[in-house]
Write a protein that binds this ligand. Structure first.
Ligand code: PGA
Length: 260
C-alpha cells in the first residue's frame, strides 16, 4: 500500500437531484459521526445543481467531507452558455474539481488541450484538481496503455509551476473498468501506479496522490490498496448510496490504520 493518507472521492455523475443529494449527504453525515474515518480524506462530487445544497449541509452539520465538482470551464467568465467557472465553484465552498474524466473526453469532445487548460484554471483558482487518465480496451489490447497514460499525463501536466504540486491528484481510470463491474486486477493497477509515479517524478511532481477508479466497491478496495498500491479511489456507482460509499471509505481507513 502507498504510504500517503487515503483519499476517497464519490463521483455521482448525472445522478441524484438536489432533494436526493441532500438525503444522501445527511446519511453520510450521520454514518460518519457514528463511525469516523479519521485517517481518510473523503470527497463527494455531485452534479452542479446539487452543489449549493450539499456544501450547505456539510458546513452546517460539520460533516467530515469536502465537496467537489465533476467538471468546470477553462474560462473565467463571459459568453460560454451552459458552462460554470472556477470562481463560481469557489463561492459555493467547492474545494475539488474532477478534470478530464473519460466520459467528458469521449462524449463531450474534451481534448487533451482543453484538459490542460481546465487543469490550469482550477489550480490558478486555488482548487484541488483530480486529473483523470486511462486507456480504452483497444489500447490495452495492443499493449499501448503505458504510453497512452504517459502521453495524457505529460500533455496535462508539463510545464506546471511546482507551487501547484500539492493541489494535484491523479486518478487512473481504465475506461474498460468504468461502470462494467470488471475492475482492473491488483497486478494491472500496481503496474500502472508505478508507471504513473515514475512519469510524475520525471515531471518534477512529487507527493501527489494517485487514485484508482473503475468498478471499485467494498469487496475489492482492500486488495487494490494493499496489493495495487493505490492512494485511494474515485468511486462511481458505489458512491450513490451512503452505505456502499462508506464501506469503501472504511475499507481504506482500516487498511491505513493497520499499516501505521
Ligand atoms: P464506477 O465509475 O465506479 O461506476 O466504475 C468510476 C468513475 O467513472 O469515476
Amino acid at each position: 500500500m502507498a504510504t500517503s493518507r487515503p483519499l476517497v472521492i464519490g463521483n455521482w455523475k448525472m445522478n441524484l437531484d438536489f432533494v436526493e443529494a441532500v438525503h444522501v449527504g445527511q446519511q453520510i453525515g450521520v454514518m460518519l459521526k457514528n463511525r469516523p474515518a479519521e485517517h481518510t480524506d473523503v470527497v463527494v462530487a455531485p452534479p452542479f445543481v446539487d452543489l449549493r445544497s450539499v456544501t450547505s449541509i456539510v458546513q452546517s452539520e460539520r460533516i467530515a467531507v469536502s465537496v467537489g465538482a465533476q467538471h468546470v470551464s477553462a474560462h473565467e467568465n463571459g459568453a460560454h452558455t451552459g458552462e460554470v467557472s472556477v470562481s463560481m465553484l469557489k463561492r459555493l465552498g467547492v474545494e475539488w474539481v474532477i478534470v478530464g474524466h473519460s466520459e467528458r473526453r469521449t462524449m463531450y469532445a474534451m481534448s487533451d488541450e482543453v484538459v490542460g487548460a481546465t487543469l490550469r484554471a482550477v489550480l490558478r483558482g486555488g482548487l484541488r484538481a483530480v486529473l483523470c487518465v486511462g486507456e480504452d480496451l483497444s489500447v490495452r489490447d495492443r499493449d499501448g496503455h503505458d504510453d497512452f497514460v504517459r502521453d495524457q499525463l505529460v500533455s496535462a501536466l508539463r510545464g506546471l509551476d511546482e507551487g501547484f504540486n500539492e493541489l494535484i491528484t491523479v486518478a487512473y481510470e481504465p475506461i474498460w473498468a468504468i461502470g462494467t463491474g470488471l475492475s482492473a486486477s491488483n497486478e494491472q493497477v500496481q503496474h500502472m501506479m508505478t508507471h504513473i509515479r515514475e512519469v510524475l517524478t520525471g515531471l518534477s511532481i512529487e507527493g501527489c496522490r494517485v487514485l484508482y477508479g473503475g468498478s471499485v466497491n467494498a469487496e475489492n478496495a482492500e486488495g487494490l490498496l494493499v496489493a495495487g498500491g493505490v492512494d485511494g479511489f474515485l468511486v462511481g456507482g458505489a458512491s450513490l448510496r451512503a452505505e456502499s460509499f462508506l464501506a469503501v471509505v472504511h475499507a481504506s481507513n482500516d487498511c491505513y490504520a493497520l499499516k501505521r
